[in-house]
Write a protein that binds this ligand. Structure first.
Ligand SMILES: Nc1ncnc2c1ncn2[C@@H]1O[C@H](COP(=O)(O)OP(=O)(O)OP(=O)(O)O)[C@@H](O)[C@H]1O
Ligand SMILES: [Mg+2]
Length: 210
């Protein structure tokens, strides 16, 4: 068989500090080494307009936005990311790897301040309408994740300052999402060495991209 490889859309999800960014980078490097054209991107952000919105949602007072306004901002950023970065790359046959996507909004904006999951889902189907082909849920102990995240803490601390109780709920929430979307979600044990986790993820990706 010859011809251009089909594009593929892969997301990394999981609690703060679980290793999403580390593993997204590792998978991008691995796939590039095997000859794939890869776009590594992240949310919120991933396009110039969405990166502007990133600063609005990640920096400042934790009470800066109402839950509803925050959902609109995240969805606006995602729409721009989709239009400017994700769709063009997939159309060109590239592999798109995103560090967080809609599952993060389903959890962080959907359940942290009241039950707004229905609002998140309605806006998603109205304005986004796509899911990744494959989602890696990097799972680990919430206290360890928080410890890792705080160790490299910077200006973008608006959500991390919500604390460990939130991490516990989010971990359960990500596992529930994996059960809700079993066709695309694969839970990965993130409490192992970077190399071991990366090898596990590369093996799953190879099977799914074949
Ligand atoms: N398997 C691992 N073992 C030990 N440390 C790790 C592992 N994976 C990542 N780390 C370290 O833990 C910290 C958090 O990792 P990383 O930034 O990849 O997590 P993240 O899920 O992207 O976090 P956030 O949600 O806050 O962006 C980093 O300092 C990273 O070097
Ligand atoms: Mg990260």
């Amino acid at each position: 068989m010859s011809g251009a490889a089909r594009g593929a859309f892969i997301s990394f999800e999981g609690i703060d500090g679980s290793g999403k960014s580390t593993q997204a980078r590792r998978l991008a490097d691995h796939l590039r080494a095997s000859g794939r054209d890869v776009v590594l991107t992240r949310e919120p952000g991933g396009s110039p307009g969405a990166e502007d919105i990133r600063r609005l949602v990640l920096e400042g007072d934790p009470d800066r936005w109402s839950a509803e306004t925050e959902i609109l901002l995240f969805t606006a950023a995602r729409r721009d990311h989709l239009e400017k970065t994700i769709r063009p790359a997939l159309a060109a046959g590239k592999v798109v790897i995103t560090d967080r996507f809609a599952d993060s909004t389903r959890l962080y904006q959907g359940i942290t301040r009241g039950d707004l999951r229905g609002v998140v889902d309605r806006l998603h189907s109205l304005m986004i309408g796509v899911e990744p082909d494959l989602t890696f849920i990097v799972d680990m102990d919430p206290a360890e994740g928080l410890r890792r995240a705080l160790a490299r803490r910077g200006a973008e601390e608006r959500f991390e300052s919500f604390g460990e109780a939130l991490q516990v709920r989010m971990r359960d929430g990500f596992l529930a999402l994996a059960a809700e979307f079993p066709a695309r979600c694969v839970v990965i044990d993130g409490a192992r060495s970077v190399e071991t986790v990366a090898a596990d993820i590369a093996a799953v990706a190879a099977r799914r991209l074949a």
